[in-house]
Design a binder for this molecule. Sequence first.
Ligand SMILES: O=C(O)C(=O)C[C@]1(C(=O)O)C=C[C@@H](O)C=C1
Length: 304
Amino acid sequence: MAYLGPAATFNQQALLSQPDLAALDARPLPTIGDVLAATAAGDVDLGLVPIENAIEGSVTVTLDMLAFELDLLIQREIVIDVSLNLLGVRGARLEDVREVTSIGVATAQCRRFIIEHLPGAVVTAANSTAEAAQRVAKDGDPSVAAIGTALAAEVYGLDVLAPEVEDHPGNQTRFVLVAREGVPAPTGHDKSTVVVFQRADVPGSLLSILQEFAARAINLSKLESRPTKRGLGDYCFIIDLEGHVDDELVADCLRDLRSKQADVRFLGSYPAAGDHGPALRRENVAAWKAAEEWVAALRGQVRH
Ligand SMILES: O=C(O)C(=O)C[C@]1(C(=O)O)C=C[C@@H](O)C=C1
């Protein structure tokens, strides 16, 4: 499998949190795009990438590559706690820092800290938190600090100049494990991700999509609109819903969406993270099945 490296990224921590993945031969790659492309190309069977952060929101490169560019299916989601540290060379002081470097999603999680504690510091981009830490260690410049994991300080021989620099407590990042094919069996607390391209940009078109879910009491855990890249104002909707494509209700909902909207891309059904993931609303399924039997019985009486 492949993950966003080098050593000591949050991505690696997410991988190591899963005993079955930790036992695999895992290859660190330099960018999120590299991990997804290597998985799609068959260089590796599985790829692990970040998709959403509690403070910064979606990791758009992941969303866009999954939604528009590659044929990959989400196999699993992994949520880990994310506490960010300001890392500098040994002996560096906070007041010496003139440049802060990290992956954009990480610096964005510390925007207020940087403004308040490092006014005027230049923020530069790296491909990952660990790549930023590696660069700070290699250059040895006390005026440059990286934002990354506490482990990166140990791995790259850096000092923690300030711990917990994220702007909000309880920070978490959600990762997805992707593969070229296969949908994991339903567990009873699953999620599915779909991309819906609306038929026409007319009043109520988003409502018409949402009504398909509401009518079946399918709960949505995320709704994101993303530009289709076809022109300003042309958007599609990336939706995380509670349930599995193997569930009758979800399948029925997808069937209706597919027949009524311009296009629907299925990005996977997978176990929801956590012990208390969204439980499938069994009573909805039971009611739907009972209603289906009722309709079938009515239709069975038709004289042809
Ligand atoms: O750079 C890393 O360490 C990563 O694992 C990537 C990533 C992300 O892109 O969201 C993961 C968790 C944090 O939100 C910050 C960075």
